[in-house]
Write a protein that binds this ligand. Structure first.
Ligand SMILES: Nc1ncnc2c1ncn2[C@@H]1O[C@H](COP(=O)(O)OP(=O)(O)OP(=O)(O)O)[C@@H](O)[C@H]1O
Ligand SMILES: [Mg+2]
Length: 254
C-alpha cells in the first residue's frame, strides 16, 4: 500500500464544464513524483477546478462534466480507481484549516480507521508518526483528546496535513494552504510541503510567487482555463515564453 510515489500524476487534454460554462480548456500537465508543482494564475482561471479534478472532488458538483484523462502510473483515476480509494491515494489540504469536530487524535485517526484496518497500537503509532512528520507531536502529545479546533490556525493546518498523511497517500494536493496564515506558520507549511515532496508528489495552488519560487521545482501558469506554460520555476520566472505569463508575473494583470 501507499508509500513512496514512484509515478507522478499526468493530466491529458482535460476540459471541464460547469453546466454550459467551460472552466478548463485542453489542459495537459505532468506533475512529477517527489517534486512540488505549483499552479499559479489570476483569480478564476481554473486552478482550484483543476486541482479538484485530481481527486475527483468535482464529481460531487451537479452539472460538472470532465473530459480527458488523469493517470497515476498505469492507472486511470476516473476508470481504474474508485473515488473512495482515490481519496486515500490522493490527499487534499484546503485554504482554510478544516479540522473535523473531533479530538486531535481522532482527526488524524479518522481516515486510517476508514481506509485501513489497524489495531489500537498500530493506530497510536500512525497518529504519532503523522503528527511527528508535520512537527506537531511535541506540541500536542499531552493533549491528544482536546478538540482539533482548539489549536491555532497554523497548528490546525498542520493537523489537516497530518490527517492527509496518515493514510499514506502518494499525492498531496494543497489549495492555497497558507493564505489564511501568518508568516511564521506559512514558512513552516512551506518547509513541510518541501519535505513531504521528498517521498510524494505535491501539487500546490498559490497566489504567492515567492512561495512558488521557494518550494516548487516546476510551475504551471493558468489563464482563463488554459494552461499557458509550464517550466522549471526559475526558468518560468526569469524567461517566460508567453506574453500572458510575463504580464502576470510583472503584475500587469491578475
Ligand atoms: N462549483 C462551481 N460551479 C460553477 N462554476 C464554478 C464552480 N467552481 C468554480 N466555478 C467557475 O469556474 C471558474 C474557475 O474557478 P476556480 O475556482 O477553479 O478558479 P481559481 O483559479 O481557483 O480562482 P481563485 O484564485 O480565485 O481561487 C470560475 O469562472 C468559477 O466561477
Ligand atoms: Mg481557487
Amino acid at each position: 500500500m501507499g508509500g513512496e510515489a514512484k509515478d507522478g500524476l499526468v493530466a491529458g487534454h482535460v476540459s471541464l464544464w460547469y453546466g454550459d460554462s467551460q472552466a478548463l480548456r485542453d489542459v495537459s500537465l505532468e506533475m512529477r513524483p517527489r517534486e512540488v508543482t505549483a499552479l499559479i494564475g489570476p483569480s478564476g482561471c481554473g486552478k482550484s477546478t483543476f486541482l479538484r479534478c485530481l481527486n475527483r472532488m468535482n464529481d460531487r458538483i451537479p452539472g460538472c462534466r470532465v473530459e480527458g484523462s488523469f493517470r497515476l502510473g498505469d492507472q486511470d483515476l476516473y476508470r481504474d480507481v474508485d473515488s473512495y480509494e482515490l481519496r486515500r491515494r490522493v490527499g487534499m489540504v484546503f485554504q482554510r484549516p478544516s479540522p473535523f469536530p473531533l479530538s486531535i487524535y481522532e482527526n488524524v485517526a479518522y481516515g486510517v480507521k476508514r481506509h485501513l484496518r489497524r489495531g489500537k497500537s498500530q493506530l497510536d503509532a500512525t497518529v504519532e508518526r503523522s503528527l511527528t512528520e508535520v512537527g506537531l507531536w511535541d506540541e500536542v502529545k499531552d493533549k491528544l483528546n482536546d478538540a482539533g479546533t482548539s489549536l491555532s490556525g497554523g497548528q490546525q493546518q498542520r493537523l489537516c496535513i497530518a490527517r492527509a498523511l496518515a493514510v499514506d497517500p502518494e499525492v498531496i494536493l494543497m489549495d492555497e494552504p497558507t493564505s489564511a496564515l501568518d508568516p511564521i506558520a506559512t514558512s513552516s507549511i512551506e518547509e513541510l510541503a518541501a519535505s513531504i515532496s521528498r517521498e510524494r508528489t505535491v501539487v500546490i495552488v498559490t497566489h504567492n510567487m515567492q512561495q512558488a519560487a521557494r518550494i516548487a521545482r516546476r510551475t504551471a501558469f493558468f489563464y482563463l482555463g488554459e494552461l499557458v506554460e509550464v517550466a522549471e520555476t526559475r526558468e518560468l520566472f526569469a524567461t517566460p515564453k508567453d506574453k500572458r505569463t510575463e504580464d502576470y508575473l510583472t503584475g500587469r494583470f491578475g
